[in-house]
Ligand binder design. Structure first.
Ligand SMILES: [Zn+2]
Length: 327
């Protein structure tokens, strides 16, 4: 899977390509997608790009042995972990996963369960899986380059498994790349998610436009807030309130929260140059140091209230007022 074969998410692709080109790939990346949102093919395209020795024009060649092995999920240094039935390791389910990815790389959780013959069950990532992973990572890379671990649904780890994974992410073995794909980031152990660079994946097609709308609205809102233009900011808040559905309004808040986290990291100097969006760097330089954290609380509150059927116009006007005082 090359980047060219992955639909949509241009911004994310550019960010991933930029990381590899600049030699600044964070050792752990957490992709946050809606179920079936297409993070899996993006991860494969990213891995191909990372490993390929014949990259050109911001893409992998798609033809060398390394690209072929990654595309077919048979690269010996790329490990996959996903929820399974108890007592069975992910590696025992690789065949059905390969068939599913060959057929439909943007698979949903339900499609994965069906492929694994686990319909109607709630599979988990067990502690044995973390143990096995540690064993694999204690060996050197078989093909002498990067080792990569793709964890699909880290929110489905029990506490012990998650704590073992945390240790691996905290003290990563040399040249090991962790790529996590989550549908419910709020359920991922905070100590894990806070050590990952977070990337929001917009679903392909229509919703990519929604993502575009979110980015545009946030840009306008931040410009008005930073310009101390309360009326302008309130005008943007009305447009947020009149997004097509409450889900869209919520998606806006989640998108904005993600950007605020990036601003925070940017201000702390944690985020390597070139890995956060240019507008995020610009905002981070202009707002108060306390803004990202306090604004995150305001957004969390807004998300909770959206779920409680309050009037969106009032809610977003209130949110904007609060942000105006904090910035
Ligand atoms: Zn290649």
């Amino acid at each position: 899977m090359t980047f060219a074969q992955v639909q949509g998410n241009q911004e994310v692709k550019q960010a991933l390509i930029g990381m590899v080109d600049a030699g600044r790939v964070p050792h752990a990346i957490l992709f946050h997608e809606d179920d079936g949102g297409g993070a899996f093919p993006l991860v494969l395209a990213f891995l191909q790009y990372l490993y390929c020795k014949h990259r050109s024009d911001g893409d992998s060649c798609g033809q060398c042995p390394s690209c072929g092995k990654i595309a077919k999920l048979i690269h010996p240094d790329v490990h996959f972990v996903f929820p399974t039935a108890s007592g069975v390791l992910s590696e025992q389910y690789m065949e059905p996963l390969r068939r599913l990815v060959a057929e439909h790389p943007s698979f949903s959780e339900a499609e994965l369960l069906e492929a694994l013959g686990l319909e109607g069950k709630i599979p988990m990532i067990a502690v044995a899986e973390s143990r096995r992973l540690l064993e694999k990572l204690s060996l050197s890379a078989l093909e002498g380059g990067y080792r990569a671990v793709v964890i699909y649904l880290p929110e489905r780890m029990n506490a012990e498994a998650a704590n073992r994974l945390l240790k691996m992410i905290e003290e990563p073995p040399q040249q090991t790349q962790f790529l996590l794909i989550s549908h419910q980031v709020e359920k991922v152990l905070v100590t894990i998610s806070s050590r990952c660079q977070r990337i929001r994946i917009q679903p392909a097609g229509q919703a990519a436009e929604a993502g575009f709308a979110e980015a545009g609205l946030l840009d306008e809102l931040m410009t008005a807030l930073l310009g101390k233009d309360l009326l302008g900011a309130l005008e943007v808040s009305e447009r947020i309130a009149s997004l097509p559905s409450r889900e869209c309004a919520k998606a806006f808040c989640i998108f904005a929260a993600d950007r605020l986290r990036q601003m925070f990291l940017c201000q702390q100097g944690v985020q390597g140059l070139g890995t956060c969006a240019p507008e995020v760097e610009r905002w981070a330089g202009k707002c108060r140091k306390t803004f990202p954290r306090q604004a995150l609380e305001v957004l969390d509150r807004a998300v909770t209230l959206i779920g409680r059927n309050v009037n969106l116009k009032i809610l977003f006007a209130d949110m904007t007022d609060r942000l105006f005082l904090l910035i």
